[in-house]
Design a protein around this ligand. Structure first.
Ligand code: HEM
Length: 452
């Protein structure tokens, strides 16, 4: 098998879809919305009957929107209103001063020191997951997408709540998974800007899925508050850190913000990480030479007892997989005032979109953009990549707060699993990316697991 294989994606359409066609496309697969010109032209303005949009794939323009003039481009309030019934008013879904205050308070939870402190808990959970795989009969077939979802949720559970939930974790996982699956339908309506979806989500909130997940989180918070108030030793997990977090002018995370941010971390950190891992294991299964290089690097790293930061080749494969299949395929902002972005006039009220899926395959920025080639992320090649041309975690003040957390976790998982197992795609399994909030394989990822 060649390392320069072409991972499957929908063929860009010749022309943008018309209004009726758009509905059908969005319902089927958001990725099919993009047309050839989107991958070739740096900035495009499109007016529809509902709104005015700009798709920006010019690194200079992205730098302007996400960094230099970020104040003019908050997240779209309508989008945030749609998400709030689901993840509350945490970091992901706030704007302005409220966002700034929360970001300042939450940043220490994700510092490199803290990420390192969580590594041991993560290693333990990965080891349990490997144990589960070990117990399967030789050559067993697993849906890696499910397996990674379970693993990343367990890791979040153990970093958020130290000893875990103290009740059947599969019950919690099931509730969370079902909840976010239902939520996955949201981006359709979000893109169309249909506020009538809000009442539907609010009804969903009352249902058992979220009700259960929220009850579990609320119970955990109350129990921890009591423990901390009693002065007894508490686990040094995210929950304790969050409850103890203080702003510069006194205590400033409210009880509901604690809950909302816990739910936000689960929502923002679970599927994204699981999907990045699933796509990485998929690309490796298709590129025998890169798999051999990764295995050799990992074996050497393990035998030296070296840190995961020394896994340059493995990281390059992970980064290349996130280039081709970015878990967050699209980010949107709303222009408050008229502006000029890389020489193009942007009228107030325009929805400005940066789509990592398009940007990462843009013909003007990447050579052989659709081919898998991790060499791009090694050594001098890596240094030559424009900071604003590769955005799996976003950029600027609203860059993913969990980036370091996720990168360390993914490398720990890859090291642990690939030092023991080999994953091969089940022949005939249809691999098709689809966006449901995050980019995931539409039909799961059936792989045969063998021990190395
Ligand atoms: C591979 C894994 C991940 C990917 C690809 C990813 C991607 C992203 C992206 C692209 C954004 C910016 C969105 C925008 O600007 O509109 C973002 C924001 C965010 N992410 Fe992640 N993320 C990942 C893992 C995590 C994890 C593990 C956590 C937490 C435990 C997390 C928590 C958040 C939060 C809270 C925000 C909002 C930050 C803010 O607005 O200040 N993410 N993520």
């Amino acid at each position: 098998m060649s390392s320069h294989f072409r991972p499957p994606v929908p063929t860009p359409r010749a022309k943008p879809p018309g209004p009726l066609q758009l509905l059908a496309v969005l319902r089927r697969n958001v990725l099919e919305v993009w047309s050839e010109a989107d991958f070739e032209i740096p900035i495009q303005i499109r007016k529809t009957i509902v709104d005015r949009r700009a798709l920006v794939s010019d690194p200079v323009g992205i730098r302007h929107v996400f960094l230099e003039n970020a104040r003019n481009y908050p997240k779209n309030e309508l989008q945030l209103r749609l998400l709030r019934p689901a993840v509350g008013a945490g970091l992901l879904t706030s704007n302005g001063d409220n966002w700034k205050r929360q970001r300042r308070i939450l940043a220490p939870l994700f510092s490199p020191k803290q990420v390192e402190a969580f590594a041991a808990a993560k290693e333990r959970v990965v080891a349990q997951s490997a144990e589960r795989l070990m117990q399967k009969p030789a050559g067993a077939i697993v849906d890696l997408s499910e397996e990674m979802g379970r693993l990343t949720l367990e890791i979040l559970e153990h970093t958020l709540f130290g000893q875990g939930l103290g009740r059947d974790p599969s019950e919690f996982q099931h509730a969370i998974t079902r909840y976010f699956d239902t939520l996955g339908q949201l981006d359709l309506f979000d893109m169309l800007g249909l506020p009538s979806f809000v009442p539907r989500l609010n009804r969903l909130r009352g249902r058992t899925t979220l009700g259960f997940a929220e009850r579990v989180v609320n119970d955990m918070i109350s129990a921890r508050r009591r423990l901390l108030a009693s002065g007894e030793a508490a686990p040094q997990d995210m929950l304790t850190l969050l409850l103890q977090a203080q702003g510069s002018d006194g205590p400033s995370v409210s009880a509901s913000e604690v809950r909302d941010n816990i739910v936000t971390f689960i929502g923002a950190g679970h599927e994204t990480t699981a999907n990045a891992l699933t796509w990485t294991l998929y690309t490796l299964s298709q590129a025998a030479d890169w798999r051999a290089r990764v295995e050799a690097e990992i074996d050497e790293n393990v035998s030296r007892g070296a840190p995961v930061t020394e896994l340059a080749i493995t990281q390059a494969v992970l980064e290349e997989s996130m280039r081709l299949y970015p878990p967050v395929s699209m980010m949107s902002r709303l222009a408050l005032q008229d502006d000029t972005v890389a020489g193009v006039h942007i009228a107030a009220g325009t929805i400005v979109t940066v789509a990592p899926y398009v940007l990462h395959r843009h013909r003007t920025l990447w050579r052989d953009a659709d081919l898998f080639d991790p060499e791009r992320f090694l050594g001098a090649n890596r240094d030559a990549i424009d900071r604003y041309a590769y955005l799996p975690f976003g950029v600027g003040p609203r860059v993913c707060i969990g980036m370091g957390f996720a990168m360390t976790e993914m490398l720990l998982i890859l090291r642990h699993l690939l030092s023991r197992f080999r994953f091969d795609l089940v022949p005939g399994h249809l691999v098709e990316p689809q966006v449901r909030l995050t980019m995931r394989p539409a039909h799961g990822m059936k792989m045969q697991v063998t021990t190395r």
